[in-house]
Ligand binder design. Structure first.
Ligand SMILES: NC(=O)c1ccc[n+]([C@@H]2O[C@H](COP(=O)([O-])OP(=O)(O)OC[C@H]3O[C@@H](n4cnc5c(N)ncnc54)[C@H](O)[C@@H]3O)[C@@H](O)[C@H]2O)c1
Length: 392
């Protein structure tokens, strides 16, 4: 096996965790250099016994020090496009974190670049794709076991400390993160697109900030045992000191509805400060129903016309980071893709389409209107085909 020489741009918590998972599943790797003004992930990497290599002032200097077998991109979301364009020019296989890019214009620019000329392999960290429970959910639906998919109800409800982190970290600003849903649940909307087997045709959404706001008078800040609720993790790059008094401009709770082009219908509810955490997909087909409980890593399935007990599968391996072993599974998928040319579970195009779906949802929320997605897909398809924007 190759000893992978890796260059990192954006050595944050995420890339450090992914590198640790790669090492855990047997990668031979050597991080030879990184670009990051203040690498938040350095202690995580050190704890995993992985060196960070040499610090470079900018991506050009890092790339000039090659060759690399893999680039890993993990900076805040507003930097993804510029780092992706550099990585594509370098010709080096690249792992890049989700959301692939942050806006519709950036999506079109990336799609256009991919259409224009050759690109090295690009693997996007939509890590849920690698989870066994997610793979089984997709496989069971696609096998026809549930009949035709009719509707989906889904949630993601975070504990207070996670919401507090989002309210202090760079994700609190649209200019950096995109939006609450784009940063946090683009994973889920990627899988919903796979389950639906169609693109979103129209979307609606409502959301706002009612939890992490300075308007709340003296909200409680400790648990009943006196432990702090909101300041557990370093807020990192451009972090804010106080979850309730920052310059946050993304939502802290949001609901959305999607009608897919094939009439599959979906409702989604996200809240960043809950006492009963949940990440759950309720998938209803004409002949059966499936509940994927992603928080507890359990699947439940039953035929519609069956009165016996539902089939229950417990995948186990629930971890404190709520990833439940997904990072290790993705690390194996990445190695299989690089070593043997196996298909990585998600393509850059699917990643862009998941992002666009969430962007349309946020647009619907901003405009308080149902958004017809057709024009957005037409612009994207034009960019993807390499045709001039605005022509034809
Ligand atoms: N797939 C997942 O499950 C998952 C989970 C968490 C984060 N992410 C994604 O990973 C990315 C990073 O998130 P994170 O949680 O690690 O954030 P983080 O704040 O821990 O790390 C971001 C890092 O980028 C660095 N940075 C800032 N400006 C930079 C620049 N100009 N050049 C290079 N580095 C720069 C920061 O100093 C910081 O070290 C985001 O895109 C996020 O959406 C994915």
């Amino acid at each position: 096996m190759t000893n992978y020489r890796i260059g990192v741009i954006g050595l944050g918590q995420r890339i450090a965790h992914v590198l640790a998972a790669m090492q855990e599943v047997g990668w031979a790797l050597d991080v030879t250099g990184y670009v990051d003004p203040a690498p938040v992930g350095a202690p995580i990497l050190a704890a995993a016994g992985i060196g960070a290599g040499r610090a470079f002032a900018d991506p050009a200097a890092l790339l000039a020090d090659g060759p690399y077998d893999l680039l890993m991109l993990g900076a805040p979301n507003h930097l993804h496009l510029q780092h992706l364009l550099l990585a594509l020019e370098s010709g080096i296989p690249t792992f890049a974190e989700k959301p692939i890019v942050r806006t519709e214009a950036e999506t079109e620019a990336l799609a256009g670049r991919l259409a224009e000329r050759g690109a090295p392999p690009l693997y996007i960290g939509l890590v849920m794709r690698s989870l066994p429970i997610v793979r089984d959910t997709i496989a069971r639906l696609k096998s026809g076991e549930l009949g035709e998919l009719v509707s989906i109800d889904a949630t993601e409800h975070l504990p207070p400390e996670h919401g507090g982190y989002l309210a202090r970290n760079w994700r609190r600003r649209r200019e950096w993160g995109g939006s609450y849903l784009l940063d946090k649940v683009v994973h889920d909307f990627d899988i919903f697109g796979v389950l639906a087997g169609a693109r979103a045709a129209r979307v609606a959404s409502f959301g706002g900030r009612r939890i992490f706001t300075p308007d709340r008078t003296d909200p409680p800040r400790t648990y009943e045992d006196g432990s702090v609720a909101y300041d557990l993790r370093d807020a990192g790059w451009s972090g804010a000191a106080d979850a309730f008094a920052s310059d946050m401009d993304v939502t802290d709770h949001q609901v959305a509805m999607v009608e897919y082009a094939n009439q599959v219908r979906l409702s989604f509810h996200a809240n960043s400060h809950t006492a009963l955490t949940e990440r759950r997909w309720y998938v209803a087909g004409t002949e059966g129903t499936l509940i994927a409980d992603l928080a507890r890593n359990k699947l439940m399935v039953r035929k519609a016309l069956f009165r016996g007990k539902p089939e229950r599968i417990d995948y186990g391996g629930v971890t404190a980071d709520a990833h439940n072993g997904a990072d290790q599974e993705m690390a194996k998928d990445l190695l299989a893709a690089l070593e043997g040319g196996a298909a990585f579970p998600v393509t850059p195009y699917e990643s862009m389409e998941a992002g666009l779906t969430v962007m349309a949802i946020d647009q619907a929320m901003d405009q308080r209107q149902v958004v017809e997605c057709g024009p957005m897909w037409a612009r994207y398809d034009t960019a993807r085909s390499g045709a001039e924007q605005g022509v034809g």
